[in-house]
Design a binder for this molecule. Sequence first.
Ligand SMILES: CC(=O)N[C@H]1[C@@H](OP(=O)(O)OP(=O)(O)OC[C@H]2O[C@@H](n3ccc(=O)[nH]c3=O)[C@H](O)[C@@H]2O)O[C@H](CO)[C@@H](O)[C@@H]1O
Ligand SMILES: C=C(OP(=O)(O)O)C(=O)O
Length: 420
Amino acid sequence: MDSFKINGGNTLKGEVTISGAKNAALPILMSAILTDEEVIISNVPRLNDINTTIKLLLQLGAKVDWIDENTLSITAGSIDQHIASYELVKTMRASILVLGPLLAKFGHAEVSLPGGCAIGARPVDLHIHGLKLMDADIDVEQGYIKATKAGRLQGATIFMDTVSVTGTENLMMAAALAEGTTIIENAAREPEIVDLAQCLNAMGAKVSGAGSDMLTIEGVEKLHGAKYSVMADRIETGTFLVAAAVTQGHIKCNNTDPKALDAVLSKLQEAGADITTGDDWIELSMTSRPKAVNIKTAPHPAFPTDMQAQFVTLNVLAEGSAHVTETIFENRFMHVPELQRMGADIALEGNTAIMTGVESLTGAQVMATDLRASASLVIAGLVSTTETQVDRIYHIDRGYQHIEDKLQALGADIQRVKGA
Ligand SMILES: CC(=O)N[C@H]1[C@@H](OP(=O)(O)OP(=O)(O)OC[C@H]2O[C@@H](n3ccc(=O)[nH]c3=O)[C@H](O)[C@@H]2O)O[C@H](CO)[C@@H](O)[C@@H]1O
Ligand SMILES: C=C(OP(=O)(O)O)C(=O)O
């Protein structure tokens, strides 16, 4: 397993190009299942999760080719399998996103239940409930969700008890080919939902209301091919901005969308960062130690859970004390014990971490447990006074394209050490 060796102390300076968003690309790639025609998707990040998605589409029988470094061509007309196996689903929970498209297009889907992961139980009951309301027959047997529908799914009004991002996406994709109109109430409002809706509409779907908590999807009989470019990764952007802030650096993130990062930018400003934005760039300059900031995660447009771990690291090094409360996932503080081993002062009380900033951290051998926890440990390594080794970085490779190359270009001393 690969690890990172980081020698902290360098100030991050320069420009970084932000990649396409993992969490938008995954549902968009799956949406190609809904049409027999070719879908060309650009700004696709080169990530392990994308490789897993391609493997899954190929196993189903789709034709998938890279046209250039970040552009994929997918033709799903040849799909003749409808099963997403445990082997793939266990490495990527987002594989659940094949359920809606396969069922809507072929009337049959078998998808392994994803099970829990390091950050929480992560059930998929809302996905199943919504599809049942659309008249699908669904059984859970031997660890698999087995869904069938003779004829087209039926439009329905679906109230989501809890705001779910992939739940909303799965139902939106299923509804695109259903007979009649589907209304999704208490829908997720994340920018990635808007991106998927725009891609579906480019394929001929009739989705409106994306970005609000009520989606209306008028089902159509057929979708057609399209060309679509994936939105920028707001979490990658936020991660680089926090990394620059803790090193008291000055960076510009290009190819990104400041409008998708309101909550994060406002917390960085509260921490003392000077932020300037343009249509597709964000510049951050930090000339002093950050000030501690209180955070509470919640669905968009509130502060994203996927930026929580990075802000814990910022607070660990900040002037003052702060609370970080995680309201989305029940176990998303796995980075805390690792940061404590580097000298962080953090107390955990239920779903709240209470941090009192220290002036510096010392390096240690630490273990990445999930994607954003890994990012927070890398950021801690950038400012620690002795060498940090972050193990199990396959987690980080799920969601950050060439993170060490991008950090090196900004002046960080970080090396990938190849493992067995
Ligand atoms: C691939 C992708 O886009 N992943 C993102 C997506 O994950 P994901 O879509 O899996 O997360 P959800 O929005 O579904 O989860 C939100 C909450 O709803 C609960 N829940 C969800 C579905 C369900 O059927 N039943 C249920 O109870 C979850 O356990 C969690 O407590 O949104 C999360 C919340 O912004 C992000 O952290 C992930 O990065
Ligand atoms: C939790 C995340 O991803 P996933 O839902 O794919 O596990 C994430 O992107 O931070």
